[in-house]
Design a protein around this ligand. Structure first.
Ligand SMILES: Nc1ncnc2c1ncn2[C@@H]1O[C@H](COP(=O)(O)OP(=O)(O)O)[C@@H](O)[C@H]1O
Ligand SMILES: [Mg+2]
Length: 282
């Protein structure tokens, strides 16, 4: 399989529930992700962000519309084991819920080493070294990886979930609420790390969160979702400075109060997640 070049979503929808009570979780989303793009998807809880993210990585199938990777339908790539593994090497996903994303019976190291060996093709020793290096990069002591998932803090487990995705060195990383459970003090360093990872290797990032400041900080394009639909989509700075949809204006106002004449409040969400960088009072 060629290196990641494009993930294209064409009028993708997902509905849940029995036919007489169909509920559209995602409603006609069209989106293109290319190398180096950092796309933020923001919206309130229940707006369909996780469902969209899961479909992007093939964990959920769309009810309507299509998704293609480098021009080939995701569905057909997932059908065969060989192309499924190659897809996993290119595209990694960090899920919202880290308690269920690690096998409770295995040490964290074992869980992180598996993709390093199976997908990145490293031998055991090299895989262990990469586990150590990646844990350190995420600010977690390598010794902690010898514990089981229930024996570390939620924040440590969250960072190791990111580590497990990064050991594969994916060219597209899809993150669902990955900093939402972290202390503000570590959020900034994780966001910086994700950004630098993408810039350094021209990888793409899809960053999903209900938190506007973090999403705006990592992204160069921003999508605002509401009720399963993308209500606003544009360069992050444009969306922040001249939102067109009333809901986006509400989101912005909720984070830093009514917009001031100086526009100082508009910059606040970008600065908020960074340690030592306090937003201007609204
Ligand atoms: N597996 C599922 N079965 C039924 N409904 C679901 C399922 N997953 C999500 N939903 C519903 O779809 C909507 C969008 O959910 P979700 O994608 O998790 O939103 P978000 O991540 O933005 O909070 C919600 O109304 C949610 O209850
Ligand atoms: Mg979610």
């Amino acid at each position: 399989m060629d290196r990641f070049g494009q993930l294209a979503l064409d009028a993708v929808s997902k509905s849940f529930g029995p036919t007489h009570r169909r509920h559209l979780a995602v409603d006609g989303v069209t989106l293109e992700v290319t190398p180096g793009a950092r796309i933020g998807i923001v919206g309130e809880s229940g707006s369909g962000k996780s469902t969209l993210a899961r479909m992007m990585v093939g964990l959920d199938a769309p009810s309507a519309g299509s998704i293609s990777f480098n021009g080939v339908s995701l569905r057909s790539l997932l059908r065969l084991r060989a192309s499924r593994l190659e897809l996993r090497r290119e595209v990694q996903f960090v899920a919202q819920d880290t308690t269920s994303s690690f096998d409770p019976l295995r040490t964290l190291r074992d869980s992180i080493r598996v993709p390093a060996q199976r997908l990145a093709g490293l031998d055991r020793r090299a895989a262990d070294e990469r586990v150590d290096a990646t844990a350190v990069m995420l600010g977690v002591s390598p010794e902690l990886t010898d514990r089981h998932p229930g024996e570390v803090s939620g924040g440590q487990r969250q960072r190791l979930a990111i580590a497990r995705a990064l050991v594969v060195e994916p060219n597209l990383l899809v993150c669902d609420e990955v900093v939402s459970a972290l202390d503000v003090s570590v959020q900034g360093s994780i966001l910086n790390l994700l950004k630098r990872y993408c810039v350094d290797r021209d990888a793409a990032l899809v960053f999903v969160s209900h938190g506007l400041p973090a999403t705006a900080f990592v992204s160069d394009r921003l999508l605002v979702m509401r009720g399963g639909q993308v209500v606003e989509h544009g360069p992050t700075s444009t969306v922040l400075h001249s939102p067109t949809h009333p809901y986006t204006r509400d989101l912005l106002a909720a984070f830093h109060g009514p917009r001031s004449d100086t526009g100082a409040g508009v910059d606040a969400p970008v600065a908020l997640p960074l340690p030592r960088s306090q937003p201007a009072p609204a």
